[in-house]
Write a protein that binds this ligand. Structure first.
Ligand SMILES: C=CC1=C(C)c2cc3[nH]c(cc4nc(cc5[nH]c(cc1n2)c(C)c5CCC(=O)O)C(CCC(=O)O)=C4C)c(C)c3C=C
Ligand SMILES: [Fe+2]
Ligand SMILES: [Fe+2]
Length: 354
Protein backbone atom coordinates (compact mmCIF):
# COMPACT_ATOMS: atom_id res chain seq x y z
CA UNK A 1 0.00 0.00 0.00
CA UNK A 2 1.43 3.37 -0.90
CA UNK A 3 1.09 6.56 1.07
CA UNK A 4 -1.30 7.86 -1.58
CA UNK A 5 -3.79 4.95 -1.14
CA UNK A 6 -3.55 4.56 2.66
CA UNK A 7 -6.85 5.12 4.45
CA UNK A 8 -4.89 6.95 7.12
CA UNK A 9 -4.19 9.43 4.48
CA UNK A 10 -6.81 11.88 4.28
CA UNK A 11 -3.42 13.61 4.27
CA UNK A 12 -2.52 15.80 1.29
CA UNK A 13 -0.96 14.00 -1.67
CA UNK A 14 2.63 15.08 -2.44
CA UNK A 15 2.54 16.74 -5.79
CA UNK A 16 4.42 19.51 -7.58
CA UNK A 17 2.63 22.65 -8.64
CA UNK A 18 1.86 22.45 -12.35
CA UNK A 19 3.91 25.58 -13.02
CA UNK A 20 7.04 24.17 -11.32
CA UNK A 21 9.91 24.71 -13.79
CA UNK A 22 11.42 21.60 -15.33
CA UNK A 23 15.13 21.70 -14.43
CA UNK A 24 17.54 19.38 -16.22
CA UNK A 25 20.04 17.63 -13.94
CA UNK A 26 22.40 14.67 -13.67
CA UNK A 27 25.15 15.75 -16.04
CA UNK A 28 28.72 16.94 -15.44
CA UNK A 29 30.33 19.98 -17.05
CA UNK A 30 34.06 20.42 -17.68
CA UNK A 31 35.01 24.05 -18.34
CA UNK A 32 38.51 24.81 -19.64
CA UNK A 33 39.37 28.44 -18.88
CA UNK A 34 42.11 30.60 -20.36
CA UNK A 35 42.97 34.27 -20.15
CA UNK A 36 41.26 35.94 -23.08
CA UNK A 37 41.95 37.90 -26.14
CA UNK A 38 40.48 41.01 -27.81
CA UNK A 39 37.55 40.68 -30.24
CA UNK A 40 39.52 42.57 -32.90
CA UNK A 41 42.77 44.41 -33.39
CA UNK A 42 41.41 47.93 -33.95
CA UNK A 43 41.32 50.61 -31.26
CA UNK A 44 37.82 49.95 -29.82
CA UNK A 45 37.99 46.18 -29.19
CA UNK A 46 41.58 46.52 -27.98
CA UNK A 47 40.56 49.22 -25.53
CA UNK A 48 37.57 47.21 -24.27
CA UNK A 49 39.76 44.16 -23.71
CA UNK A 50 42.55 46.02 -21.95
CA UNK A 51 40.07 47.96 -19.82
CA UNK A 52 38.41 44.77 -18.58
CA UNK A 53 41.77 43.07 -18.02
CA UNK A 54 43.56 45.95 -16.33
CA UNK A 55 40.57 46.88 -14.14
CA UNK A 56 40.77 43.47 -12.46
CA UNK A 57 41.98 43.87 -8.88
CA UNK A 58 43.59 40.43 -9.07
CA UNK A 59 45.84 41.74 -11.85
CA UNK A 60 46.52 45.27 -10.64
CA UNK A 61 46.47 45.54 -6.86
CA UNK A 62 47.06 49.31 -6.73
CA UNK A 63 44.33 51.27 -4.87
CA UNK A 64 41.57 52.36 -7.25
CA UNK A 65 42.09 56.10 -6.70
CA UNK A 66 45.70 55.74 -7.73
CA UNK A 67 45.19 53.32 -10.65
CA UNK A 68 42.05 54.84 -12.26
CA UNK A 69 43.74 57.96 -13.74
CA UNK A 70 46.82 56.01 -14.87
CA UNK A 71 44.65 53.41 -16.61
CA UNK A 72 42.07 55.72 -18.15
CA UNK A 73 44.15 58.78 -18.97
CA UNK A 74 47.43 57.18 -19.98
CA UNK A 75 47.36 53.43 -20.66
CA UNK A 76 44.00 53.24 -22.46
CA UNK A 77 44.90 56.09 -24.78
CA UNK A 78 48.17 54.68 -26.08
CA UNK A 79 48.32 50.92 -25.45
CA UNK A 80 45.28 49.80 -27.53
CA UNK A 81 46.82 51.20 -30.74
CA UNK A 82 50.30 49.84 -30.11
CA UNK A 83 49.20 46.40 -28.92
CA UNK A 84 46.53 46.22 -31.65
CA UNK A 85 49.35 46.26 -34.22
CA UNK A 86 51.12 43.45 -32.35
CA UNK A 87 47.90 41.38 -32.21
CA UNK A 88 47.35 42.01 -35.96
CA UNK A 89 50.73 40.40 -36.67
CA UNK A 90 49.69 37.10 -35.03
CA UNK A 91 45.92 37.20 -35.75
CA UNK A 92 44.10 34.12 -37.07
CA UNK A 93 42.49 35.87 -40.05
CA UNK A 94 40.60 32.77 -41.17
CA UNK A 95 38.57 32.70 -37.96
CA UNK A 96 39.06 36.39 -37.11
CA UNK A 97 40.31 35.70 -33.61
CA UNK A 98 43.50 35.57 -31.54
CA UNK A 99 45.45 32.28 -31.58
CA UNK A 100 44.74 31.72 -27.88
CA UNK A 101 41.05 31.23 -28.73
CA UNK A 102 41.70 28.95 -31.70
CA UNK A 103 44.01 26.75 -29.65
CA UNK A 104 41.82 26.64 -26.52
CA UNK A 105 38.81 25.59 -28.64
CA UNK A 106 40.85 22.83 -30.27
CA UNK A 107 42.22 21.63 -26.90
CA UNK A 108 38.66 21.36 -25.57
CA UNK A 109 37.40 19.45 -28.63
CA UNK A 110 40.29 17.02 -28.47
CA UNK A 111 40.06 16.35 -24.74
CA UNK A 112 36.33 15.73 -25.21
CA UNK A 113 37.09 13.24 -28.00
CA UNK A 114 39.70 11.44 -25.90
CA UNK A 115 37.38 11.14 -22.90
CA UNK A 116 34.26 10.21 -24.88
CA UNK A 117 34.53 6.45 -24.11
CA UNK A 118 34.59 7.19 -20.39
CA UNK A 119 32.33 10.25 -20.35
CA UNK A 120 29.65 9.26 -22.86
CA UNK A 121 26.79 11.75 -23.10
CA UNK A 122 26.92 12.51 -19.39
CA UNK A 123 29.86 14.91 -19.52
CA UNK A 124 29.75 18.17 -21.47
CA UNK A 125 33.04 19.88 -22.34
CA UNK A 126 33.20 23.61 -22.94
CA UNK A 127 35.73 26.47 -22.83
CA UNK A 128 35.72 30.10 -21.77
CA UNK A 129 37.90 33.18 -21.50
CA UNK A 130 38.34 35.22 -18.32
CA UNK A 131 38.37 38.48 -20.32
CA UNK A 132 36.34 38.90 -23.49
CA UNK A 133 34.42 36.04 -25.08
CA UNK A 134 33.15 33.36 -24.72
CA UNK A 135 32.83 34.64 -21.16
CA UNK A 136 32.96 32.43 -18.09
CA UNK A 137 29.53 33.44 -16.76
CA UNK A 138 27.62 32.60 -19.93
CA UNK A 139 29.36 29.24 -20.38
CA UNK A 140 28.66 28.21 -16.76
CA UNK A 141 25.02 29.18 -17.29
CA UNK A 142 24.96 27.19 -20.56
CA UNK A 143 26.35 24.11 -18.79
CA UNK A 144 23.72 24.39 -16.11
CA UNK A 145 20.95 24.82 -18.70
CA UNK A 146 22.11 21.56 -20.28
CA UNK A 147 21.68 19.74 -16.97
CA UNK A 148 25.13 19.98 -15.38
CA UNK A 149 24.68 19.91 -11.63
CA UNK A 150 28.42 19.28 -11.20
CA UNK A 151 31.08 21.42 -12.85
CA UNK A 152 34.84 20.92 -13.00
CA UNK A 153 36.70 24.18 -13.61
CA UNK A 154 40.07 23.75 -15.32
CA UNK A 155 42.24 26.92 -15.30
CA UNK A 156 44.67 26.34 -18.17
CA UNK A 157 47.67 27.58 -16.19
CA UNK A 158 50.23 24.97 -15.14
CA UNK A 159 51.52 27.35 -12.44
CA UNK A 160 48.96 28.91 -10.07
CA UNK A 161 48.91 32.71 -9.85
CA UNK A 162 46.29 34.98 -8.34
CA UNK A 163 46.24 37.19 -11.49
CA UNK A 164 45.41 34.17 -13.69
CA UNK A 165 44.03 31.03 -11.98
CA UNK A 166 42.32 32.80 -9.07
CA UNK A 167 40.65 35.44 -11.18
CA UNK A 168 39.25 32.82 -13.56
CA UNK A 169 37.70 31.02 -10.57
CA UNK A 170 36.45 34.34 -9.11
CA UNK A 171 34.53 34.87 -12.33
CA UNK A 172 33.03 31.38 -12.16
CA UNK A 173 31.99 31.94 -8.54
CA UNK A 174 30.41 35.28 -9.51
CA UNK A 175 28.21 33.32 -11.92
CA UNK A 176 27.25 30.90 -9.12
CA UNK A 177 26.30 33.85 -6.91
CA UNK A 178 23.40 34.52 -9.26
CA UNK A 179 22.06 30.96 -9.16
CA UNK A 180 19.33 29.60 -6.94
CA UNK A 181 20.37 25.97 -7.53
CA UNK A 182 24.14 26.04 -7.66
CA UNK A 183 26.03 23.16 -9.22
CA UNK A 184 28.65 21.36 -7.12
CA UNK A 185 32.02 22.76 -8.19
CA UNK A 186 35.55 21.42 -8.30
CA UNK A 187 38.67 23.28 -9.37
CA UNK A 188 41.56 21.44 -11.02
CA UNK A 189 44.79 22.26 -9.17
CA UNK A 190 47.94 23.62 -10.84
CA UNK A 191 49.94 20.93 -12.64
CA UNK A 192 53.41 22.54 -12.62
CA UNK A 193 55.14 19.38 -11.34
CA UNK A 194 52.89 16.74 -12.88
CA UNK A 195 55.17 14.12 -14.51
CA UNK A 196 52.88 13.95 -17.58
CA UNK A 197 53.31 17.71 -18.07
CA UNK A 198 57.09 17.64 -17.60
CA UNK A 199 57.47 14.69 -19.97
CA UNK A 200 55.20 16.37 -22.55
CA UNK A 201 57.30 19.55 -22.41
CA UNK A 202 60.54 17.60 -22.75
CA UNK A 203 59.22 15.60 -25.72
CA UNK A 204 57.92 18.73 -27.42
CA UNK A 205 61.23 20.55 -26.90
CA UNK A 206 63.28 17.62 -28.17
CA UNK A 207 61.19 17.43 -31.32
CA UNK A 208 61.38 21.21 -31.92
CA UNK A 209 65.14 21.25 -31.32
CA UNK A 210 65.63 18.31 -33.71
CA UNK A 211 64.04 20.37 -36.52
CA UNK A 212 66.57 23.22 -36.13
CA UNK A 213 69.69 23.44 -38.29
CA UNK A 214 71.70 24.49 -35.22
CA UNK A 215 72.23 23.39 -31.65
CA UNK A 216 71.54 26.43 -29.42
CA UNK A 217 74.32 27.30 -26.99
CA UNK A 218 71.71 28.42 -24.45
CA UNK A 219 67.98 27.79 -24.03
CA UNK A 220 65.92 30.30 -22.03
CA UNK A 221 62.97 28.95 -20.08
CA UNK A 222 60.79 32.08 -20.03
CA UNK A 223 57.68 32.46 -17.84
CA UNK A 224 55.23 35.37 -17.81
CA UNK A 225 56.32 37.72 -15.04
CA UNK A 226 54.39 39.42 -12.26
CA UNK A 227 55.17 42.11 -9.67
CA UNK A 228 57.71 40.84 -7.11
CA UNK A 229 55.41 42.20 -4.41
CA UNK A 230 52.81 39.48 -5.21
CA UNK A 231 55.43 36.83 -4.45
CA UNK A 232 56.28 38.55 -1.16
CA UNK A 233 52.57 38.60 -0.28
CA UNK A 234 52.43 34.80 -0.68
CA UNK A 235 51.59 34.00 -4.31
CA UNK A 236 53.13 30.57 -5.07
CA UNK A 237 53.65 31.34 -8.79
CA UNK A 238 57.40 32.02 -8.64
CA UNK A 239 58.16 28.84 -6.67
CA UNK A 240 56.02 26.74 -9.03
CA UNK A 241 57.84 28.22 -12.06
CA UNK A 242 61.19 27.39 -10.45
CA UNK A 243 60.06 23.81 -9.83
CA UNK A 244 58.82 23.35 -13.41
CA UNK A 245 62.14 24.71 -14.68
CA UNK A 246 64.16 22.38 -12.41
CA UNK A 247 62.15 19.27 -13.29
CA UNK A 248 62.29 20.06 -16.99
CA UNK A 249 66.03 20.66 -16.82
CA UNK A 250 66.51 17.32 -15.07
CA UNK A 251 64.26 15.55 -17.59
CA UNK A 252 66.27 17.05 -20.48
CA UNK A 253 69.61 16.46 -18.73
CA UNK A 254 70.70 20.09 -19.26
CA UNK A 255 73.05 22.00 -16.92
CA UNK A 256 71.61 25.17 -15.30
CA UNK A 257 73.97 27.46 -17.23
CA UNK A 258 72.63 26.10 -20.55
CA UNK A 259 68.93 26.11 -19.55
CA UNK A 260 68.18 29.41 -17.83
CA UNK A 261 65.07 30.61 -16.04
CA UNK A 262 63.76 34.09 -16.95
CA UNK A 263 60.54 36.16 -16.64
CA UNK A 264 59.01 38.23 -19.44
CA UNK A 265 56.30 40.84 -20.10
CA UNK A 266 57.17 43.37 -17.41
CA UNK A 267 54.47 46.05 -17.16
CA UNK A 268 54.83 49.38 -15.34
CA UNK A 269 57.64 50.79 -13.20
CA UNK A 270 57.56 48.32 -10.26
CA UNK A 271 60.07 45.52 -9.87
CA UNK A 272 58.81 42.24 -11.37
CA UNK A 273 60.15 38.71 -10.99
CA UNK A 274 63.75 38.49 -12.17
CA UNK A 275 65.84 37.84 -14.22
CA UNK A 276 63.99 39.60 -17.04
CA UNK A 277 63.88 37.75 -20.36
CA UNK A 278 64.64 40.75 -22.61
CA UNK A 279 67.59 41.93 -20.49
CA UNK A 280 69.00 38.39 -20.38
CA UNK A 281 68.68 38.02 -24.17
CA UNK A 282 70.51 41.31 -24.68
CA UNK A 283 73.24 40.52 -22.13
CA UNK A 284 73.82 37.06 -23.61
CA UNK A 285 74.12 38.40 -27.15
CA UNK A 286 76.48 41.18 -26.01
CA UNK A 287 78.59 38.66 -24.10
CA UNK A 288 79.11 36.62 -27.27
CA UNK A 289 76.37 33.96 -27.30
CA UNK A 290 75.59 33.51 -30.98
CA UNK A 291 72.79 30.91 -30.90
CA UNK A 292 69.80 30.96 -28.59
CA UNK A 293 66.44 29.21 -28.21
CA UNK A 294 63.51 30.26 -26.00
CA UNK A 295 60.74 28.06 -24.67
CA UNK A 296 57.74 29.21 -22.60
CA UNK A 297 56.37 26.29 -20.54
CA UNK A 298 53.96 28.45 -18.50
CA UNK A 299 51.69 29.11 -21.49
CA UNK A 300 49.40 26.23 -22.39
CA UNK A 301 48.83 27.88 -25.77
CA UNK A 302 50.79 30.22 -27.98
CA UNK A 303 49.58 33.80 -27.78
CA UNK A 304 50.71 37.40 -28.05
CA UNK A 305 53.24 36.91 -25.26
CA UNK A 306 55.01 34.09 -27.08
CA UNK A 307 54.41 34.60 -30.83
CA UNK A 308 55.06 38.34 -30.76
CA UNK A 309 57.01 39.17 -27.60
CA UNK A 310 59.34 36.17 -27.66
CA UNK A 311 59.52 35.21 -31.33
CA UNK A 312 59.54 38.77 -32.76
CA UNK A 313 60.68 41.27 -30.09
CA UNK A 314 63.25 39.09 -28.34
CA UNK A 315 64.51 37.71 -31.65
CA UNK A 316 65.15 41.32 -32.72
CA UNK A 317 66.92 42.13 -29.44
CA UNK A 318 69.16 39.09 -29.89
CA UNK A 319 70.03 39.80 -33.53
CA UNK A 320 70.63 43.54 -33.00
CA UNK A 321 73.08 42.77 -30.21
CA UNK A 322 75.27 40.38 -32.13
CA UNK A 323 73.30 37.09 -32.04
CA UNK A 324 73.35 34.95 -35.18
CA UNK A 325 70.76 32.19 -34.77
CA UNK A 326 67.56 32.31 -32.78
CA UNK A 327 64.66 29.88 -32.38
CA UNK A 328 61.38 30.09 -30.51
CA UNK A 329 60.17 26.63 -29.47
CA UNK A 330 56.35 26.44 -29.55
CA UNK A 331 54.04 25.79 -26.61
CA UNK A 332 52.30 22.45 -26.13
CA UNK A 333 49.18 23.90 -27.82
CA UNK A 334 46.84 21.17 -29.15
CA UNK A 335 49.57 18.58 -29.76
CA UNK A 336 48.96 14.96 -28.75
CA UNK A 337 51.30 15.50 -25.74
CA UNK A 338 49.28 18.49 -24.63
CA UNK A 339 46.05 16.50 -24.78
CA UNK A 340 47.78 13.72 -22.76
CA UNK A 341 48.38 16.29 -20.01
CA UNK A 342 44.85 17.67 -20.01
CA UNK A 343 43.26 14.24 -20.33
CA UNK A 344 45.18 12.95 -17.28
CA UNK A 345 44.25 16.05 -15.30
CA UNK A 346 40.53 15.89 -16.12
CA UNK A 347 40.35 12.10 -15.57
CA UNK A 348 41.92 12.48 -12.14
CA UNK A 349 39.75 15.40 -11.06
CA UNK A 350 36.52 13.71 -12.20
CA UNK A 351 37.15 10.72 -9.92
CA UNK A 352 34.18 10.00 -7.69
CA UNK A 353 31.86 11.93 -9.99
CA UNK A 354 31.94 9.44 -12.84
C1 LIG B 1 49.81 44.11 -15.73
C2 LIG B 1 49.75 43.03 -15.03
C3 LIG B 1 49.79 41.65 -15.53
C4 LIG B 1 50.05 40.54 -14.75
C5 LIG B 1 50.34 40.48 -13.27
C6 LIG B 1 49.99 39.41 -15.63
C7 LIG B 1 50.21 38.07 -15.25
C8 LIG B 1 50.11 36.97 -16.08
N1 LIG B 1 49.63 36.95 -17.38
C9 LIG B 1 49.70 35.67 -17.89
C10 LIG B 1 49.32 35.25 -19.16
C11 LIG B 1 49.01 36.07 -20.26
N2 LIG B 1 49.06 37.45 -20.28
C12 LIG B 1 48.72 37.88 -21.54
C13 LIG B 1 48.65 39.19 -21.96
C14 LIG B 1 48.73 40.30 -21.14
N3 LIG B 1 49.16 40.33 -19.82
C15 LIG B 1 49.04 41.61 -19.31
C16 LIG B 1 49.31 42.05 -18.00
C17 LIG B 1 49.58 41.21 -16.89
N4 LIG B 1 49.70 39.86 -16.88
C18 LIG B 1 48.56 42.45 -20.39
C19 LIG B 1 48.28 43.92 -20.28
C20 LIG B 1 48.36 41.63 -21.51
C21 LIG B 1 47.78 42.04 -22.87
C22 LIG B 1 48.78 42.36 -23.84
C23 LIG B 1 49.47 43.64 -23.49
O1 LIG B 1 48.83 44.68 -23.50
O2 LIG B 1 50.67 43.55 -23.18
C24 LIG B 1 48.44 36.74 -22.37
C25 LIG B 1 48.16 36.74 -23.87
C26 LIG B 1 46.72 37.00 -24.30
C27 LIG B 1 46.54 36.86 -25.80
O3 LIG B 1 45.48 37.21 -26.28
O4 LIG B 1 47.40 36.44 -26.56
C28 LIG B 1 48.61 35.61 -21.57
C29 LIG B 1 48.38 34.18 -21.95
C30 LIG B 1 50.24 34.84 -16.86
C31 LIG B 1 50.48 33.33 -16.99
C32 LIG B 1 50.50 35.63 -15.75
C33 LIG B 1 51.05 35.09 -14.49
C34 LIG B 1 51.46 35.73 -13.44
FE1 LIG C 1 49.69 38.69 -18.69
FE1 LIG D 1 53.74 41.20 -23.42
Amino acid sequence: MTAETSPAAAMPVVSLPSDHPKIAAGRIGVLLMNLGTPEGTSYRPMRAYLKEFLSDRRVIEEPRWKWWPILNLIILTTRPGRKGKDYASIWNNERNEGPLKTITRSQTEQVAKRLKPMAGERVIFDWAMRYGFPDVKSRIKALQDQGCDRILLVPLYPQYAAPTSATACDQAFRALMEMRWQPAVRVAPPYHDDPTYIKALAASMRSSLAKLDFDPEIILCSFHGMPKEYLLKGDPYYCQCVKTWRLLREELGLPAERFRLTFQSRFGPDEWLQPYTDETVKALAQAGTTSLAIVAPGFSADCLETLEELDVENREIFMHNGGKRFAYLPCLNDSAESIDVLEALVRRELMGWL
